[in-house]
Design a protein around this ligand. Sequence first.
Ligand SMILES: [Zn+2]
Length: 97
Amino acid sequence: MHDDDKDSMMNEMDGRSGRGDRRMGGRRPAFRKKVCRFCTQDTLPNYKNPDLLRRYITERGKILPARITGCCAKHQRAVTTEIKRARVLAYLPFEKK
Ligand SMILES: [Zn+2]
């Protein structure tokens, strides 16, 4: 479980450091304008709503970075926390290798 947490943290740090940005270049293929749905709907992510949280993980169970989910930093952090809670309660899968 600790390993999984550490892995997720490393993924977030990778996103922040911009690794992979060079490969993406300035173009974003199939980029869709997205806004943080938690801001627009004035709601918060909750571990009791795994159907909603499932949109923020890959099919393998990895948490998607904010640049893909379109969440603002504040709510992306909340989503991450709630997903980790939901995992502990077996609402969501841990990362599958
Ligand atoms: Zn937000």
